[in-house]
Design a protein around this ligand. Structure first.
Ligand code: ADP
Length: 201
């Protein structure tokens, strides 16, 4: 299954779009994020880089032991912060690591922190001139964020990032959103259809 949308939010002025060098698309895919061949894969880790949920386990297994050793040099990080490492044994040359908020445990700052995860990952991708990036649906596993709420934050933060004139020269062309299950695919598809213009018909 594959859905493709423009990353400009429906509620924003279309005229703005013509100023962009690149017109990034957001693609929704069902599968295992470790198989992605984009320039950067986003990993959802923990504050001290100890093993987190399904995405972290799968990426650690596929990338090899060098990944956790590289992360450990940073000590720790707070929710929404990001670091970047090489991709080790993955096809993707880079892994961008972030810590998502735990739903109901961040004093009401969950959506703000979740939005910052996406924006900081995109910012880091731009620092390394990446042209494509793959995201999991951050915090919707063991961190308990309801998928529909998380998908709305994801869409608004990605759309908002590219609406910011500071990011007009971004080289990012493709944003992959990788979901594990068919059920989550349909939830995200409904929300993306509501918020973005579809580009695959
Ligand atoms: P978090 O700690 O941010 O909640 P998880 O890794 O537990 O992170 O889950 C985040 C989301 O990623 C969940 O929706 C989960 O179903 C999904 N997921 C788990 N494994 C994979 C994988 N290998 N590829 C893509 N998505 C995955």
């Amino acid at each position: 299954m594959l859905g493709v949308w423009h990353t400009v939010l429906n509620m924003l002025k279309k005229e703005f779009w013509k100023n962009f060098k690149n017109k990034p698309t957001i693609q929704l895919l069902q599968g295992d994020i470790t198989a992605e061949k984009t320039d950067g894969i986003v990993n959802t880790t923990t504050r001290n880089f100890e093993m987190a949920g399904g995405v972290d386990k799968a990426i650690t297994r596929a990338a090899g032991p060098g990944m956790k050793e590289a992360c450990a040099q940073y000590g720790s990080m707070e929710p929404s912060q990001v670091i970047i490492t090489e991709g080790f044994n993955l096809e993707a040359p880079y892994i961008i690591h972030t810590v998502g908020p735990v739903y109901g445990k961040e004093n009401g700052h969950e959506s703000e922190l979740l939005a910052a995860c996406y924006k900081n990952c995109l910012w880091m991708a731009d620092q390394y001139n990446l042209e494509s990036i793959s995201f999991p649906v951050i915090s919707t596993g063991i961190y308990g964020y309801p998928v529909d709420e998380a998908a709305r934050v994801m869409a608004h933060s990605i759309g908002g990032y590219f609406f910011d004139p500071a990011h007009m020269n971004s080289l990012i062309k493709e944003i992959h959103c990788v979901v594990f299950t068919e059920e989550k695919y349909y939830i995200l598809e409904t929300i993306f259809d509501e918020l973005f213009n579809r580009n695959d018909t």
